[in-house]
Ligand binder design. Structure first.
Ligand SMILES: [Zn+2]
Length: 306
């Protein structure tokens, strides 16, 4: 009942100027945290799975879990392939009932990116599935997608890319980077002027990757129970709000859920040395991830938009 496409949820977000949270999952606990968090906030949500997640959990295991969780949710859930770089995987996801796929051809030259993304759009549109494309490169490493240099998205090229491919949403590079180790100094900021120009030129739903906040309290919780994480800095809350205000309608979150999962896990194991039931050990991790999901949804302005 509750499977929605990216077009369903982002058309409204674009019109009403808020962003829908996209969260990566690779297991049961994370999936439940995402769905329960979205339901608690009465918000639409995008449940994302990447190639790395499939490699970890097994394609059928994860696709089935995610599909059923989405279908049974009380809020609209987009079942989404994150960073598809292989058209075979795109097809596999469409066949498995995904309602949205990202084709990431951003590491190819412009024409090749257009050519491959168009193929993904053709496959997807026959089944009513939405497509996210990417132009420009986001730094850092995300599973199989790694990039050393960051090429920011050019507004005019973005228009050409959207027109030639027929995508439904566009991931742009405006200075964010995948993972927790983004910026070495606080003054580095997102290129909001560029974002604004891309929005004015394309008028379409824009997507921000690499936008983890790396919440201080979660990093500190992990550190207090032995985590060795230092010099980490994410995007600030105010920067993320500005990005949404200026046209971002989908914001990806992965690292922050990982930080929450492991911080709570360290705390639970240290505090309960006699506990050996994995269900009890993993519960606080699920709860802390759900809190991150709910905080992010509120920040993006999609609470109550289900
Ligand atoms: Zn990404």
């Amino acid at each position: 009942m509750s499977l929605a496409t990216l077009v369903d949820v982002l058309t409204k977000a674009n019109k009403e100027n808020y962003a829908v949270g996209a969260f990566n999952t690779n297991n049961l606990e994370t999936t439940r945290a995402i769905i329960d968090g979205a339901e608690a906030q009465d918000a639409p949500v995008i449940l994302s799975t990447s190639l790395g997640a499939f490699n970890y959990a097994g394609f059928d295991n994860l696709a089935t879990l995610a599909y059923k969780a989405a279908q049974n949710a009380a809020v609209p859930v987009v079942l989404h392939l994150d960073h598809g770089t292989d058209l075979n995987l795109v097809k596999k996801c469409i066949d498995a009932g995904y309602t949205s796929v990202m084709f990431d051809g951003s590491h190819f030259p412009f024409d090749k990116n257009v050519e491959l993304t168009k193929k993904a759009v053709k496959m997807a549109s026959e089944k009513g599935v939405s497509v996210e494309g990417e132009l420009g490169t986001i730094g850092g490493a995300e599973d199989s997608v790694a990039s050393r240099e960051i090429l920011l998205t050019d507004p005019q090229k973005a228009v050409e890319f959207v027109e030639k491919t027929g995508i439904d949403a566009l991931a742009i590079a405006i200075g964010t980077s995948h993972g927790a180790y983004k910026f070495t100094h606080a003054e580095q900021q997102l290129d909001i002027r560029r974002l604004s120009a891309i929005k004015q030129a394309t008028k379409m739903p824009l997507v921000l990757h690499g936008a983890s906040l790396v919440p201080k309290e979660i990093v500190e919780l992990g550190q207090s129970f032995g985590a060795v994480i230092g010099g980490v800095q994410g995007v600030t809350e105010s920067e993320l709000k500005r990005a949404v205000k200026n046209g971002v309608n989908k914001v990806n979150t992965d690292t922050d859920l990982r930080l929450a999962f492991t911080a709570a896990l360290r705390q639970t194991l240290m505090k309960n040395p006699r506990e050996f039931d994995p269900r009890k050990i993993l519960k606080p991790s699920t709860q802390l991830m759900q809190k991150v999901v709910e905080d992010r949804i509120r920040l993006l302005g999609s609470s109550g938009k289900a």
